[in-house]
Design a protein around this ligand. Structure first.
Ligand code: CO
Length: 141
């Protein structure tokens, strides 16, 4: 896995705070498979950029800017999972595929993917039509 980006950190911190009410350096290090010292360094940078407030011995909280960005990043991640699930990507691939592509798409592309997911969600026959094509494509020649 590539070095986690600033966005990965904000995303994970947002998720941890949502799930547990707090985010510790050790939890973030585990979630992102990095050394705690890398987390501390990034947390200090995020503090400087006003995404969170860091207090050395008391953990930290997201600022409203950090929450807003975190919420958007989690929305984007979930939307891309919805897309891959809808188009029939194998469950075991979905999380890592999304982690691999999410930082490389423009918000414009994300909005259009939102339309596409909605297109499938609004009418189940559209999903069935896609599955029919997929079945055909999987048939041996
Ligand atoms: Co993600």
């Amino acid at each position: 896995m590539a070095t986690p980006s600033m966005e990965d950190y904000i995303e994970q911190i947002y998720l941890l705070i949502e799930q547990k009410g707090y985010a510790r350096v050790s939890d973030i290090a585990e979630a992102l498979s990095v050394h705690p010292s890398s987390v501390t360094k990034m947390v200090q940078k995020l503090d400087k950029d006003e995404y969170l407030v860091y207090e050395k011995y008391r953990g930290f909280t997201l600022t409203s800017k950090g929450k807003k960005v975190g919420k958007r990043l989690v929305y984007r991640h979930d939307l891309l999972e919805d897309l891959l699930r809808t188009i029939g990507v194998m469950e075991e691939n979905i999380y890592n595929d999304v982690e691999g592509i999410e930082h490389h798409l423009s918000w414009n592309a994300i909005d259009r993917i939102g339309d596409l997911v909605q297109f499938f969600e609004e009418d189940e026959t559209r999903v069935h039509a896609l599955r029919d094509i997929q079945k055909k494509n999987e048939e041996p020649e």
